[in-house]
Design a protein around this ligand. Structure first.
Ligand code: PPS
Length: 286
């Protein structure tokens, strides 16, 4: 089933899920509304976790919605055919949208709107490991022959959505904007409560202590792993091998269980070269 990538403006997209038309439509036609809240990430950075939190903030912690509607319908992906249509036709309902698009392919309408973007970054070494397992489980992606092979593709940007370094660099140029919040998976992990409060503040939403508690409880790794509307088990068979769940490990630093010393040293060197000039405080992980 896995096919070669579809290339749009130099960025590789899995051709099973995206079409040139859907990517172009998101880039050129999609009109974002000021009330839209868009979770944007390079793949495997914690997108679904943040979407779950946003859904629960919307429902004030009540899990009814997250337990009855698939996560991709609660926050449609703008660059997919069906996601684009849903967003275009929506009349009411929570204005949640998701995207993995790099900044240069993001809807042009965003730059003149007040729509809010939450951009989530994660230690690229953990992104790489998570992406390796995802590629092994996803039927629509080529099965990596080894971690070393995937590592090389990742460094070259020859993986879905291209180079991590370019994606993050591109979006970091937006970080001073009032309508952009940059969060890290690591801060979300270390202090979920304060990070959820930070999200609420960015969105201008208030939760009382009980509601906040419910948001934390219902978006925990365990709760998401058990929620069939959020763990991707509904896609098992068609898009993923049986038993595949997106909630794999949910930890920071898993790269230490996978990288050799040589891989870690070479990665660090490339990281320093490619991310030169950006403040080190943006990348607080080890
Ligand atoms: S995707 O395919 O790009 O949309 O994947 P994405 O959602 O961005 O990232 C998947 C990783 O996020 C982890 N995850 C969580 N971590 C902590 N807590 C919660 N609630 C949670 N939900 C998802 C998931 O386990 C993937 O990371 P790995 O390292 O593979 O476990």
């Amino acid at each position: 089933m896995a096919q070669d990538y579809l290339w749009y403006q130099g960025i590789p997209f899995p051709s099973e899920v995206y079409t040139l038309e859907s990517i172009k439509a998101a880039h050129e036609e999609l009109v974002l509304k000021d009330e839209d809240i868009i979770t944007v990430t390079y793949p495997k950075s914690g997108t679904n976790w943040v979407i779950e939190i946003l859904c629960l903030i919307h429902s004030k912690g009540d899990p009814k919605w997250i337990r009855s509607v698939p996560i991709w319908d609660r926050s449609p992906w703008m660059e997919t055919e069906s996601g684009f249509q849903t967003i275009k036709e929506r009349k009411e309902g929570p204005p949640l949208i998701a995207s993995h698009l790099p900044i240069q392919l993001f809807p042009k309408s965003f730059f003149n709107s007040k729509a809010k973007v939450i951009y989530v970054i994660r230690n690229p070494k953990d992104v790489l490991v998570s992406g390796y397992y995802y590629s092994a489980g996803a039927k629509y992606l080529k099965n990596p022959q080894s971690l070393q092979q995937y590592y090389e593709c990742f460094i070259e940007g020859n993986v879905r959505f291209g180079s991590w370094f370019a994606h993050v660099r591109g979006w970091m140029s937006m970080r001073e904007r009032e309508n952009v919040l940059v969060l890290s998976y690591e801060e979300l992990k270390k202090d979920t409560r304060s990070t959820v409060e930070k999200i609420c503040q960015f969105l201008g939403k208030k939760l009382n202590p009980e509601e906040l508690e419910l948001v934390l409880e219902n978006s925990s790794f365990q709760a998401m792993k058990e929620n069939m509307m959020s763990n991707f088990s509904l896609l098992s068979g068609d898009y993923f091998s049986p038993g595949f769940l997106i909630t794999r490990k949910g930890i920071t630093g898993d790269w230490k269980n996978h990288f050799t010393v040589a891989q870690a040293e070479a990665f660090e060197k490339i990281f320093q070269e490619k991310m030169a000039g950006l403040p080190a405080e943006l990348f607080l992980w080890d």
